[in-house]
Write a protein that binds this ligand. Structure first.
Ligand SMILES: Nc1ncnc2c1ncn2[C@@H]1O[C@H](COP(=O)(O)OP(=O)(O)OP(=O)(O)O)[C@@H](O)[C@H]1O
Ligand SMILES: [Mg+2]
Length: 262
């Protein structure tokens, strides 16, 4: 199997007539971990949702390909089947569907009819991964995310990641609201996935996470696009100095999108 490749070129995305993503470019391959940082309201979550095909977001220009295949042509479920995965900043609660049923359906939807995962195999894998992420076994029978604490939701997103084994994952603020121990556990989950068959795009505000998951590249997003890229040292500099120096360097007054620009 060739190593996965995600390519986003000159992407423009609108929400209800307002342009939020304005010329976003990124290419990443299996084996690589990229981090996207950036101030609030600069389009990071919008980008993630647009890649996954959220119906609210209209792509007005640009291309997204996975292994050369046109992602924009695919329905949401086809994108998942093609190997894309998104851990959301705010995972939804679903009453009436247990965590275990949800994961098995998601895995089977990806595997396709006639190729469903054996129940015993599924249970074994789920037990193993829950163990590794230090998730209590009672969580498999609880309704999806219902009443989960902030940190428990995030751990559960990583459990989905480990179970789904995507080619490319986008993790949106997977570290927000995690205590130090949970941060280590979640990082261990991501590091465990590291292989040439897996690429990971991590959206985060904090260098802290990147102490545990070393990024190959760090990108800064402002005004709906990447305005600066570097190595792990860029995240360190942002932690120490904030974003003002980048805005000065690039002559950016207002880094946010979706607001009237002067
Ligand atoms: N569904 C939506 N309807 C209207 N506006 C939206 C919608 N989604 C995003 N926006 C607007 O797009 C802009 C970018 O939002 P986005 O969530 O992508 O920012 P972000 O970079 O992820 O910020 P944060 O760091 O706070 O999570 C914001 O001004 C937001 O209000
Ligand atoms: Mg966000």
């Amino acid at each position: 199997m060739a190593t996965p490749n995600l390519k986003i070129e000159n992407l423009h995305v609108e929400i209800e007539g307002t342009e939020i993503i304005k010329g976003f470019d990124l290419e990443m391959n299996g084996g690589e971990i990229h981090a996207i940082m950036g101030p609030n309201g600069t389009g990071k979550s919008t980008l993630a949702s647009a890649v996954m095909g959220h119906p609210k977001y209209e792509i007005t220009k640009g291309t997204i390909t996975l292994d050369g295949e046109d992602v924009l042509d695919m329905e949401v479920d086809e994108r998942a089947r093609a190997g894309l995965f998104l851990a959301m900043q705010y995972p939804s609660e679903v009453s009436g569907v247990t965590n275990s049923d949800f994961m098995r359906s998601a895995i089977n939807a990806k595997r396709g009819e006639g190729n469903e995962i054996q129940l015993m195999k599924f249970i074994r894998q789920m037990d193993e991964k829950m163990n590794m992420l230090e998730i209590d076994e009672s969580f498999s029978q609880r309704y999806l995310n219902e009443g989960f604490s902030g940190g428990e939701k995030k751990r559960n997103e990583i459990l989905q990641l480990l179970m789904m084994e995507p080619k490319i994952a986008i993790l949106d603020e997977i570290d927000s609201g995690l205590d130090i121990d949970a941060l280590k556990v979640v990082s261990k989950g991501v590091n465990d996935m590291k292989s040439p068959d897996f690429g990971c795009l991590i959206i985060t505000h904090y260098q802290r996470l990147l102490n545990y998951i070393t990024p190959d590249k760090v990108h800064v997003m402002m005004q709906g696009r990447i305005v600066k890229s570097g190595g792990a040292e860029l995240a360190q500099r942002l932690e120490n100095e904030g974003y003002e120096w980048i805005k000065e360097e690039l002559g950016i007054e207002n880094e946010r999108v979706g607001e009237p620009q002067e």
